[in-house]
Design a protein. Structure first.
Length: 385
């Protein structure tokens, strides 16, 4: 049976932490409304204790969007939780996301505490947050490097204290997909009350594994994924929303569905890139400029014969009008013929051969061949013949 996979977008919290990506409240509302149109289930709107501006943004986003759950981050600190609850006062459905570090590094060298005291703080934070909202998510920071037995104990205690979602972040992007999958599996098998909460993935991309780890987590029972548009986030970024959503759409054997309105992906991606001043690498999966551009002769010939020879998804499904056949010195006759046809100059046989030879000379000299270049080639051909 297909189960719902909850899409938790943290572009406005984990994504916005990136230097140079800061937005003002007005811009954050624009992003939140775009995320609502995209169909995300939960918007992590900010970390209200961190600054008056962030507090205000959570308030304003809560007023401006109504469908998604609005989530506010806090540490396992009473004051943080009070401020988060206050910032959520206008949210139709508000969630507090509270938690603490659970790896040996974090317990000893960041919190300077002990494993038992950390469990006590986690339990207290969840219970304290429950005074304000029903929906409390617990994050076990640096779970990716934590001991699984200890992780299971703290997760069980957090659920017992009332956590409705338990987030298992690979904070440092350390895990390999198989390790992350085993972690989720271990929790499913060893936390007695795990059926009372949703397991969330939250993967960072330090080794380029964020999407693979997230999918591995889903395949082993996670039912919420924490993602950002274009994968923006601390250091090498977070898991990208568009990659996970489309991987799930392309692989119908993964027994989950999302509520994402996928044709809105491309415009949302461009909006975030523009507002946050973060260019998208041309070969970025799904939303990069080249994601649906075919440039070598073999691929162009194949895709012109049958789109699915070289495309695993329809570009329209992510909001890209159509794939493109780029003309370079690596292009073949099929691509040239296709473009000439579009220009109203059908051409084959010897005629195509002549134009193709001239085209190759030009393409070697120039990197990209555009419409104007083609018109010139055709003009020269007509003059000579
Ligand atoms: O990466 C992380 O661990 C986080 C938590 C605060 C959820 O962003
Ligand atoms: Zn994070």
């Amino acid at each position: 049976m297909m189960e719902k996979l909850w899409i938790f977008d943290t572009t406005l919290r984990d994504g916005e932490q990136v230097p140079g990506c800061q937005l003002d409240s007005f811009e954050k509302i624009i992003v939140a409304q775009a995320l609502e149109r995209l169909g995300v289930d939960i918007i992590e709107a900010g970390f209200p204790i961190s600054s008056p501006g962030d507090f205000n943004s959570v308030v304003e986003i809560s007023k401006a969007v109504s469908d998604p759950i609005i989530c506010a981050l806090s540490r396992a600190v009473e004051k943080d939780i009070e401020v988060a609850a206050d910032a959520l006062k206008y949210a139709k459905r508000g969630r507090i996301h509270t938690g603490i570090g659970v790896s040996e590094y974090h317990i000893l060298h960041k919190l300077r505490s002990t494993p038992e005291k950390v469990i006590e703080r986690a339990v207290h934070a969840v219970k304290f947050a429950k005074r304000y909202v029903e929906d409390v998510e617990f994050y076990a920071e640096d779970a990716g490097r934590a001991d699984n037995e200890y992780l299971a104990r703290i997760v069980e205690a957090a659920i017992h204290a009332g956590a409705t979602v338990v987030n298992i972040p690979d904070t440092t992007g350390y895990c390999l997909p198989e390790q992350y999958a085993q972690k989720i599996k271990f929790l499913k098998e060893n936390v007695s009350n795990i059926h009372k909460a949703i397991i969330a993935t939250h993967c960072h991309n330090d080794l380029g594994m964020a999407t693979a780890n997230t999918i591995a987590g889903v395949q082993h029972g996670a039912r919420q994924v924490e993602v950002t548009i274009n994968g923006i986030g601390e250091r090498a970024g977070n898991t990208s929303l568009e990659e996970v959503v489309m991987a799930i759409k392309c692989h119908s054997d993964i027994p989950v569905f999302t509520s994402i309105n996928t044709p809105k992906i491309y415009e949302t991606s461009r909006l975030i890139s523009k507002l946050m001043n973060m260019p998208i690498q041309p070969n970025k999966a799904i939303v990069g400029r080249n994601a649906f551009a075919h440039s070598s002769g073999i691929h162009q010939d194949g895709v012109l014969k049958h789109r699915e020879n070289y495309e695993i998804m329809d570009p329209k499904d992510v909001g890209v009008e159509e794939s493109s056949i780029v003309l370079t010195a690596r292009s073949g006759r099929a691509a040239l013929k296709h473009h000439l046809q579009l220009l109203g100059f059908p051409c084959e046989g010897d005629k195509l051969e002549l134009v193709y030879n001239d085209f190759l000379k030009l393409a070697d000299a120039k990197r990209d061949i555009g419409r104007k270049d083609l018109l010139q080639l055709v003009g020269e051909y007509l003059e000579d013949n």
